[in-house]
Each structure stands twice: as structure tokens, then as C-alpha cells.
Design a protein around this ligand. Structure first.
Ligand SMILES: NC(=O)C1=CN([C@@H]2O[C@H](COP(=O)(O)OP(=O)(O)OC[C@H]3O[C@@H](n4cnc5c(N)ncnc54)[C@H](OP(=O)(O)O)[C@@H]3O)[C@@H](O)[C@H]2O)C=CC1
Ligand SMILES: O=C(O)C1=N[C@H](C(=O)O)C[C@H](O)C1
Length: 253
């Protein structure tokens, strides 16, 4: 597989290592200093692009890949209110697009468990729910894409929860929806964002009743698991047309 890496930061560098280990070629590397090179000429001959950049740049980067006929795997978070537009474009152009808010296998198992648990809690009643995400201080967006996916999974299965609010004192970003003061409204799932040291990512879903607390938590030990998932997604996408997610990749798991 001849791959392009778009965004040569923490994830881009880890992805380069995994591509090499698995016998692929990182044939094009795009970062801020050569972002203007993301064009048809430089993408010629590339099978798949792996895009991990910023909330401000992901949409344009992925759009360029689709317009140039290059399959795109993206994990950039904090911009996905526009993901639907690109999925539509991809279908119109016969392109290939894979998006996941988290490429770690364990997190995707937690997504399933989270949906099932929300449906069980819905049946028994008596619990309120909240989410906490902890990440490194360099993270640009809040809440994390993973926390949003968890909140969406709960809202789909737990009556009375319409969406989420982010309680993240001290973090400000254009992509945020932050309620700075007061409690979360009863019909919203509270997502609390914490930024601490070099933490790669911890997500906790907590259900609390008057009498007990039930938690599911996932802790990422290193970014290798995230990069490996993205490269496996790229291998899966290569030669296909259409719009895919981790549910497609893990369909038989
Ligand atoms: N879905 C998943 O599994 C995961 C998703 N992520 C998400 O991926 C994104 C990147 O994470 P991470 O690698 O940790 O972040 P980093 O900040 O370490 O890396 C981002 C890189 O993208 C570069 N960049 C900025 N603008 C452009 C552009 N227009 N073209 C090409 N490169 C550009 C940055 O350069 P510069 O520093 O000069 O701005 C930087 O090198 C984040 O949104 C993060 O939340 C992260 C891990 C896993
Ligand atoms: O920025 C990160 O580091 C991560 N971002 C993703 C997210 O926002 O959920 C995935 C993982 O948690 C690491």
C-alpha cells in the first residue's frame, strides 16, 4: 500500500512506524510547512491518505483527497458537524472515506458495551449518567470525539437524554459547546473534560443512583493502539468505494 500521511504530529509519526512495520510505504508526508503540496500532482499514485491534523484543517484536507480520487482515513476530532457533507460528496464521486472518533479496538468494544448498558439502565431506571474524559494538555478540542460518540450511544438508548453538554472550565475552542456554570440540564448528558500532563486518553461512563455507582472505563496506555487501528482501517479501505466506520471493520468481531 502506498500511503500519504496528512499531519505529521503525534499520530502521524506513530502511523508512519506502523505502516513501515506492516510493509507499506509512507510515500507522501504533509504537515503545516508543506500543506500547499496536498494536491492532485502530489497525490498521484497514492492508494490511501491517513489524516490526523486539526479541527480547522480536517474538512479541507479530506475534501481534497476525495476530489483527487484518493481514499481517506481520518481520525481528526472537533469538526464532525461537517462530516455528513463529506460522506455525501464521497458517495457522489464514487470515492472512499473511513472515519472513526477512536481507532483503538478496546474503545470500540466499549462503544458497544456502552449502548447495551444504556438500554439496560433504561429498562431498570433510577440512575443518572455522566461522562468524564481525561487527555493531555496539548489537545485542541473538548470534549473528545470519543466522549461525543459515547454520549450519542447513550442518548440513542436511554429515554430522557436528548444530547450532551460539555462542562470544561478553562478550555476554550471554536468547536466546543461549553456550559461554564451550573449543573447540566436533566435532559443532557454531562461530559466533563479534564486536561492533565501527557495522558493519552481515559474515558469513563458513570451511572449513579441513590444507592450505588456503576462505571465503565477505558484507559489508553499508548498511541500505538490508535495508529494500528488507523492503518488496519486503511488496509480495509484500499480498493473499496463508499463510506465506512469501525462498525464495518468489526462487523464479524
Ligand atoms: N480517532 C482517533 O483514534 C484519534 C484521533 N486523534 C485526533 O487526531 C488529531 C491529531 O492528533 P495528534 O496527532 O495528537 O495532534 P498533533 O498536534 O500532534 O498533530 C497534528 C499535526 O497536524 C499538523 N497540521 C496542522 N495543520 C495541517 C494541515 N493543514 N495540513 C497538514 N498538517 C497539518 C500539525 O502541525 P503544527 O503542529 O505545525 O500545527 C501537527 O503536526 C486530533 O484532532 C486528535 O484529537 C488523535 C488520536 C487518536
Ligand atoms: O487528541 C487525542 O489525543 C485523542 N483524541 C481522540 C478523541 O478526541 O477522542 C481519540 C483519543 O482519545 C486520543
Amino acid at each position: 500500500m502506498k500511503a500519504a500521511i496528512i499531519g505529521y504530529g503525534k499520530m502521524g509519526r506513530e502511523i508512519e512506524r506502523i505502516l513501515t512495520e506492516r510493509g507499506h510505504e509512507a510515500a507522501l508526508i504533509i504537515d503545516t510547512d508543506n500543506a500547499h503540496e496536498l494536491d492532485a500532482a502530489h497525490l498521484a499514485g497514492i492508494d490511501v491518505a491517513l489524516e490526523f491534523t486539526t479541527p480547522e484543517t480536517a474538512y479541507r484536507n479530506i475534501r481534497t483527497c476525495i476530489e483527487c480520487g484518493v481514499a481517506a482515513v481520518s481520525g481528526t476530532t472537533g469538526w464532525t458537524d461537517r462530516l455528513g457533507e463529506l460522506q455525501e460528496l464521497c458517495r457522489e464521486r464514487g470515492g472512499a472515506l473511513f472515519y472513526a472518533s477512536n481507532y483503538c479496538l478496546g474503545v470500540n468494544l466499549m462503544f458497544r458495551l456502552n449502548r447495551q448498558l444504556a438500554a439496560m439502565i433504561d429498562r431498570v431506571g433510577g440512575y443518572d449518567v455522566r461522562i468524564e474524559e481525561v487527555h493531555h494538555t496539548q489537545k485542541k478540542d473538548a470534549p473528545s470525539g470519543t466522549a461525543i460518540t459515547l454520549a450519542e450511544g447513550i442518548a440513542e438508548n436511554l429515554a430522557g437524554k436528548q444530547g450532551w453538554v460539555n462542562l470544561a472550565p478553562g478550555i476554550e475552542h471554536a468547536a466546543n459547546r461549553i456550559e461554564r456554570s451550573g449543573e447540566a440540564p436533566a435532559d443532557r448528558i454531562e461530559i466533563r473534560s479534564v486536561r492533565k500532563g501527557a495522558v493519552p486518553g481515559i474515558h469513563t461512563v458513570t451511572y449513579e443512583s441513590e444507592d450505588d455507582v456503576l462505571e465503565i472505563r477505558h484507559t489508553i496506555k499508548n498511541r500505538r493502539t490508535l495508529a494500528l487501528g488507523a492503518v488496519v482501517a486503511a488496509e480495509f479501505l484500499c480498493g473499496k468505494q463508499g463510506v465506512y466506520s469501525m462498525d464495518d471493520l468489526l462487523r464479524n468481531a
